[in-house]
Design a protein around this ligand. Sequence first.
Ligand code: UD1
Ligand code: CA
Length: 477
Amino acid sequence: MAANLAAPQPVTPSSPDAAPRRTVAVVLAAGLGTRMKSTTPKVLHPLCGRPMIQYVLDAAIAATGSPPLVVVSPATEAVRAEIADRADVTVQAEPRGTGDALATALAALEDGVEEVLVVSGDVPLVRGDLLTSLLEARAMDHAALALVSVDAVDPTGLGRVLRNDGGTVERIVEDKDATDDERGVSEINAGLYAIDATWVRRRIGDLRPSAATGELYLTDLVAFARDDGRLVAALEVEDDGRLTGINDRAQLARAEWDMRVEVNDRWMRAGVTMVDPSTVYLDHGVELAQDVVLEPNVILRGATRVGERTRIGAGSQLVDAEIGPDSAVWASIVERSTVEDHVTIGPFSHLRPGTHVGRHSEIGNYAELKNTRLGEHVRQHHMSYLGDAELGDDTNVGAGTITANYDGVRKHRTTIGEGVFLGVDTMLRAPVTLGDGAKTGAGAVVTKDVPAGKLAVGVPARLRDPHPRRSPEDDGG
Ligand code: UD1
Ligand code: CA
């Protein structure tokens, strides 16, 4: 499967005493990305929940085995925080073009680097094995520069690869600088290069601004290599839509689509059933166990994990959620919460951050929980809110039970023991504690602690000797 899907390699940014690197990947991410029309730097726009530059780093690290050097600009400084744990960063003072970005990188690289692998930050579907082949292509031909070229279905806007009559690559012309004839060429430059570092250090200063845009083009190095009598190797690849780069949000959406198909295929091959994979949205970091069933219109985000045989019902959204095996989530939202095994959630439940649901519990219609820990076999079937609470095993939460956890200034906790029975419409004014086996009557407003085994009824609730009148099911709903 794609290098994109591999776990990120644990590389740390290079330290001065690290072993000398022969080949260093340089990732270009200083461009303004104006075509995205966004205040977020282009390379931080996410694909399957992960900033696109992270996939580029995966591929670069897979090919070189060392931390890449990422070129950012003052306007894309936010990129630094995203990648600082796995790459080095250098700043291009002004985005004056890809040639200037490479010059900035070369100035930041240590002596002894023999080869640079240049990767645009906006080709997130690039694979590590393609970059490895690119390095091999340059080595085989002793070329000054090797590039990846694509016979593009739609070459609009991209640099064209121009060859002489013998088929040798002679130069690249940018779309904006091209003649009509040149624009008719469908072989495009993918923006991926392996370059002889010694040679390019000598030649990079000779780049001159384009008449059309005023930018320094890295692509002009191709003609320099030929002028110097050096070879330029082209690794030609099929146009599978992976390499034409992301410049606007329509291209971003298409890349996301491609990646999503790959991610879903991978999980289905790993034993996950998807009733309609075209409507299943899984972030890069999601993990699913065997025999998980995902119904239509399911969105699983962040580091969500789902255990064996668990069914995620139509319309559910899970965000950084951990759901145990043999459970079911029906049309519900679970955020940053943990659900153990044999649990049923929903329909229409909302588990907000910090919720923990113990084994064999049942959370029902219109139940909301926040920062709350439920023991095992807890039943919370209908229309209720539990916030900042702890409930012991075998507790029954009656319909309409509410923890009044907020006094307008501070949040307070509600502590409920094991085997507690909360009658319908119980209001629990926190902070309050109910001991094991305590009970509340229908409509009780509990403002004081209820000791173990005691019954509290009324508004405000007072203790009364528990004498069973009806079965618990009648009161608790
Ligand atoms: C570039 C190539 C083009 C190729 C295309 C492939 C040049 C001049 N053109 O065009 O031949 O077909 O990629 O996708 O190289 N960047 C900087 N600093 C800058 C300008 C850009 O770091 O001053 C970075 C951008 O953040 C981006 C990458 O370089 O990641 C490419 O820049 P972009 O403006 O997208 O170039 P294209 O017009 O797509
Ligand atoms: Ca681009």
